[in-house]
Write a protein that binds this ligand. Structure first.
Ligand code: SF4
Ligand code: SF4
Length: 125
C-alpha cells in the first residue's frame, strides 16, 4: 500500500478513514470548472476547494484529500465535466501530482506536477 511521498500535508480537522480503499479519486484539475458539484456528493467531505490558477478567488479548483477518500466513486460519476478519474489506490497516489495545477493539501514536488502548474509558479514569481 502506498505511503505518501509528498513533502507536506496540511492538517485537516476531519475524521480519518478506518483503512485505505482499493481505489481513490484524482481530479484532473486542468478540466475542473470549480462548479463544486462533486463536493455535494462526497459522503466523507474530503474534497477541498483550492485557489484558482490565475486569480486566487476566481475560477477556483478542487482537490481530493487522498488520505481521506474512501473510493466510493460518487464524485467521478457525477462530475459534469468528467474530470475526476478513479485510480487503483497506489497508482492514484503516484499520479496525483501530475494531475494537479494547484494544491492546498499536499506540497508536491514541482517537477512531478502538471506543466501548467510550473508555468503558473513561474509567472507568479
Ligand atoms: S464536479 Fe468536476 S468540474 Fe465541478 S468542481 Fe468537482 S471536479 Fe471540478
Ligand atoms: S471517491 Fe467518494 S470519498 Fe473519494 S473523493 Fe470521491 S466522493 Fe469523496
Amino acid at each position: 500500500m502506498a505511503d505518501f511521498p509528498y513533502r507536506y500535508k496540511i492538517e485537516i480537522d476531519k475524521p480519518p478513514r478506518p483503512r485505505p480503499p482499493k481505489q481513490t479519486a484524482v481530479v484532473e484539475q486542468i478540466g475542473c470548472t470549480g462548479c463544486e458539484a462533486c463536493i455535494a456528493f462526497c459522503p466523507v467531505d474530503c474534497i477541498e476547494i483550492v485557489p484558482g490558477p490565475v486569480y486566487a478567488d476566481m475560477h477556483k479548483l478542487v482537490e481530493i484529500d487522498l488520505e481521506r477518500c474512501i473510493g466510493c466513486q460518487l464524485c467521478a460519476r457525477y462530475c459534469p465535466w468528467e474530470t475526476i478519474d478513479m485510480w487503483a489506490y497506489d497508482e492514484g497516489v503516484a499520479a496525483a501530482p501530475e494531475k494537479t495545477v494547484r494544491s492546498l493539501i499536499y506540497d508536491y514536488e514541482l517537477d512531478q506536477m502538471h506543466p501548467d502548474a510550473e508555468a503558473d509558479v513561474e509567472s507568479a514569481a
